[in-house]
Design a protein around this ligand. Structure first.
Ligand code: NAD
Length: 263
């Protein structure tokens, strides 16, 4: 397999380590990175390019985006148009309805598909499968320690360091959540895209001094099954905002394309 990866941050570095530790390093890896990161990225042993066109010209079988909103615009859309399957990790970027449309159209025109991994959560397979049975409600709660909300609008709503009890500071739909809290948008967007869409998916955000991990809870009611998930995400050592589970979820996408059995 020739794997293309966009970005050389926390997820990419950990992804390459997980693939290596599982004996699943692809035969060829090409990384698309910002010029300032090219030298560090070369030390990984992968081929390194700094332009979207160069990544596409290298002819990867699969591209994994682990970078951010701009990478979806600059690289994923043209890669899909040229027929390369792409895994998008920055799913929150798809809360932008125009970008969502551009990505979908590019995949259609390119005769390929864009894959949205489960990322920090699980149970997305069940939610997406239940869709034809009629989904009645999806309610997601993001519960984090108060200081994990630093640098977000929650800072202006609450005295985060002084909290002694859980405080719900946001209640709204997934579109509002993703636009107001873009750094925390990925899970809300994933649930919205798998289930009821951005307008009907309910989101709550809680600053909770009694927790030390990033907790994702959601409840689904539907025609075929009702279920609830509770995930206590352990933070990545290099970027506490990213749950470690995300790295493993992306590794699974790559390994499922290399192995005889996909699960
Ligand atoms: N789906 C999920 O559940 C989930 C969970 C966690 C993180 N994420 C998303 O995954 C992405 C990566 O997370 P991370 O922890 O590795 O972040 P990070 O900041 O550690 O690394 C991202 C890297 O990508 C680079 N980059 C940004 N735009 C680029 C571009 N257009 N071309 C090339 N490189 C570019 C940055 O310079 C940075 O080095 C983020 O968008 C994050 O929101 C998704």
């Amino acid at each position: 397999m020739h794997l293309g990866v966009i970005g050389y941050g926390n997820i990419t570095r950990a992804l390459l380590d997980v693939l290596a530790s599982e004996g699943q390093t692809p035969e060829r890896v090409t990384l698309l990175v910002r010029p300032a990161q090219a030298e560090a990225a070369r030390a990984s042993g992968a081929e390194v390019v700094t332009e979207a066109a160069a990544l596409i010209a290298a002819g990867p079988d699969l591209i994994v985006e682990c970078a951010g909103h701009s990478a979806v615009v600059e690289t994923v859309v043209p890669a899909l148009l040229s027929g390369v399957e792409c895994v998008v990790v920055s799913i929150g970027a798809l809360a932008d309805a125009n970008l969502h449309h551009a990505v979908t159209e590019a995949a259609r025109k390119g005769g390929t598909r864009v894959v949205l991994p489960a990322g920090a959560i699980g149970g997305v397979d069940l939610l997406a499968a239940l869709k034809p049975s009629g989904i009645d409600s999806v309610v997601y709660t993001s519960r984090k320690p108060p200081l994990a909300w630093k640098g977000t609008p929650a800072e202006g709503l609450l005295d985060l360091p002084a909290l002694t009890e859980p405080a719900t500071f946001f209640t709204g739909n997934a579109r509002e959540a993703a636009l107001a809290y873009p750094k925390n948008a990925n899970v809300a967007a994933t649930l919205a895209l798998a289930g009821l869409g951005f307008e009907a998916t309910r989101v709550e955000m809680v600053a909770d001094p009694s927790v030390s991990q990033n907790i994702h809870e959601y409840r689904v009611t539907s025609g075929a099954a009702d279920y609830a998930m509770h995930i206590e995400g352990k933070p990545s050592p290099d970027n506490p905002k990213t749950s470690l589970a995300t790295v493993y979820s992306v590794a699974r996408e790559v390994m499922n394309r290399r192995n005889e059995v996909a699960i």
